[in-house]
Design a protein around this ligand. Structure first.
Ligand code: BTN
Length: 324
């Protein structure tokens, strides 16, 4: 483990540690400790109190992600359905990491979590702000024996799976924006990026990428170009991300199995009950045009129904924005 990671691991106990004590513990110079602290503050955006005579202390508590804690919170029945769980300190993007493993021996059920993403990917080529140790950045690989048309509603099923997990974490009132944004009081709480590889007749390998704002910090606020919220502000307490990761993984494993057997049908009532756009004026954005109309829910395949001039048309692509 490099000096930056080791310093952070020691500081994660929330206590003060002097530069010389850190240097002694890690067998490095005080200058090396100082460099590591600079990196944690300026590149990883961690707030660190530095008090002369006392040393360094993390300003906000940090419970690091831990593979064993997550697996034991999932319980043996769900653990056995994972191929493996990789918990990384820093990666460009957990989705990219999983996609790169596809050429090797990665199997369905490979789950990857990272403390930090240097190039977190959002939909439509957008950046996903991924500060260290604050949120969840998770990717799960799954394989479906389904054709492309049967998979078209899958992203809605994932949004429902996330809303089921959040309800278990006592956030029962999320709304969904087609196809899979998870919102709380019109602010974004989670985003989903699905990346798929396969032949049109199947099978398909699907990387389910999920970003959940858990304990977002103030430093990152300016980086996000849309209204957002985190679980900590909703519940009024700092949350253990290991417990939330276990809840999400369990619901994802239930959802992929349900979707493979039954398709979108078992998810539709919940999706429709949480549909934030229904009967509202929306804009559907495409790279070369914007369609305005009234959202009329989703059809049984998960397509957005858009009413324009009295005609309702299903759409499988596009980005919806609400015209409040
Ligand atoms: C969106 O734009 O709403 C989708 C955001 C998806 C972010 C997650 S974080 C984990 C996974 N890895 C990525 O690079 N992106 C997804």
């Amino acid at each position: 483990m490099n000096t930056v990671n080791s310093v952070l691991r020691i500081l994660s106990d929330g206590q003060f540690h002097s530069g010389s004590a850190l240097g002694d513990a890690l067998s490095v110079s005080r200058a090396a400790v100082w460099k590591a602290i600079q990196k944690l503050q300026h590149e990883w955006h961690l707030r660190i109190n530095a008090i002369p005579g006392k040393g360094y202390q993390l300003a906000v508590p940090l419970t690091l992600l831990n593979k064993d804690t997550i697996l034991s919170a999932m319980g043996p029945q769900f653990q056995s359905r994972l191929y493996d769980l990789h918990v990384l300190w820093s990666v460009d993007s957990t989705n990219r990491y999983v996609l790169k493993q596809l050429s090797g021996d990665a199997g369905p059920g490979l789950a990857v979590l990272a403390e930090h993403q240097s190039a977190g990917r959002g939909r439509r080529g957008r950046h996903w702000a991924s500060p260290f140790g604050r949120n969840l950045y998770l990717s799960l690989l799954w394989e479906f024996e389904l054709d492309a048309a049967q998979l078209s509603g899958f992203s809605l099923a994932i949004a429902v799976a996330i809303s089921r997990a959040l309800a278990k974490a006592k956030i029962g009132d999320v709304m969904l924006k087609w196809p899979n944004d998870v919102l709380w009081q019109e602010r974004k709480l989670c985003g989903v990026l699905l990346e798929m590889k396969g032949e049109s007749s199947g099978p398909w390998q699907v990387v389910i990428g999920i970003g959940i704002n858990v304990n977002m910090d103030s430093i990152t606020k300016e980086e996000i170009g849309q209204p957002w919220v985190d679980m900590q502000s909703i519940l009024g307490q700092h949350l253990d991300r290991n417990r939330i990761a276990a809840l999400i993984l369990k619901e994802l494993l239930v959802a992929v199995d349900q979707y493979q057997r039954l398709g979108l049908a078992p998810f539709l009532p919940e999706w429709r009950a949480r549909d934030i756009c229904r009967d509202k004026l929306v804009e559907l954005h495409f790279p070369n045009k914007i369609l305005s109309g009234t959202a009329r829910g989703v059809d049984n395949s998960g397509a957005l129904l858009l009413e324009r001039d009295g005609v309702i048309t299903p759409y499988h692509a596009g980005e919806v924005s609400l015209r409040f």
